[in-house]
Design a protein around this ligand. Sequence first.
Ligand code: NAI
Length: 303
Amino acid sequence: MEQLRFDNRVAVVTGAGGGLGKAYALLLAERGAKVVVNDLGGSLDGQGADATPAQQVVDDIKASGGEAIANYDSVAEWDSANKIINAAIENFGKVDILINNAGILRDKSFIKMELDDYRKVMSVHLDGTFYCTKAAFVHMKEQGYGRIVSTASAAGLYGNFGQVNYGAAKLGIAGMMNCLAQEGVRYNVKANTIVPTAGTRLTFTVLPEDVIGKVKPEYVAPVVAWLCSEQCDQSGIMISAGGGYFSRAAIVEAPGVIFDPDQDITAEMVINKLDQIMSLEGAGEHGSAIEHAGSIMSKINSK
Ligand code: NAI
C-alpha cells in the first residue's frame, strides 16, 4: 500500500503541546504536512498559560526535518480561535486540516459542580470546537477541500460519574460534526469524530498504571491521520480508538413499535410494549434527521 502522505497540506492541531494532539502533530508533520501546533499551555483544569509545550513540539518537528509553527492562543474565545486559523493562513497560505483536540477537565459530582466548572469546560470543548471550525470552514469551502476531526469521549457517549459538564460538551461535539458533515458535502469538507482512549495527563489519575503504557497516544494517531487524509471518503462518523483497538461507534435506533396514530395512545399501551421498545434487535443508523423523520412517516403510513 502507498504510504499515507500530507505533502502540500496545512494542518492545525489544537491542544498539540502534549498528549494526543502532540502525537497527531508529529505524525502529520512526519508525513509531510505543514503544521500549526496550537496550545495554550494551561493546567489540566484550564488555568494559566505557557508557551513551552507548543514550542517544544515545534522544535521536535523541525529537528526531524518537518515544518511547523507554534501558536499559543486559546480555542475558547472567538477572537483568539480566529488567530489560530489565521496563523495557518498567514504562515502557510491555507488550512486543509483541522483537528479540534484541545481540552481540560473540571470533574466533580453534579451536586458539587460549580457553574464555573460547567461554563469553563463547555467553553474550551464545545465553544472551542465551534469557533475553530467556523474560522477554518470558510477557507475550506472556498478551496473546495477540508478535513475536520473533532474529539468526543466515551463519557459523552456512554456516561461517566463526575463528568456532567464534560460529557455534555463531548456529545455536543459529536452532534456538531454530524450536522457539519451534511453542510460540508458540497464543498468536499469532511467532518468526523474521534473517541480516543490514551494515557495522557488527562487520564493518569483514572487509568491503571499498567494500562497507561499500553494506551499510547501514538496508537490513536493512525486513524486520525486517515480521517485527515484525501483518502478518507467518510463524513459524519465516529471512530473509537485506543491501545491498538479501532472501531466505529454509532448512534442507532431500533425498529420499536408503532401504534395507530388515529387512535388514543395511552401510557399503559406503551408500558405493555416496553420489551419491544427497549429491544435493540434490528437497530440501525439513520443518515440524517430527515431520513429519521422519513422512517417514522413510513411506519405511520404503514398503519
Ligand atoms: P492533554 O491534557 O494532554 O491535552 C490537552 C491539551 O489541550 C493540553 O496540552 C492543553 O494545554 C491544551 N488546551 C487546554 N485548553 C486549551 C485552550 N483553551 N486552547 C488551546 N489549548 C488548550 O489531554 P489529552 O488526553 O491529550 O486530550 C486531548 C483530547 O482528547 C481532549 O479533548 C480530551 O478531552 C480528549 N479525550 C482524551 C481521552 C484520553 O483517554 N486521553 C479520552 C477521551 C477524550
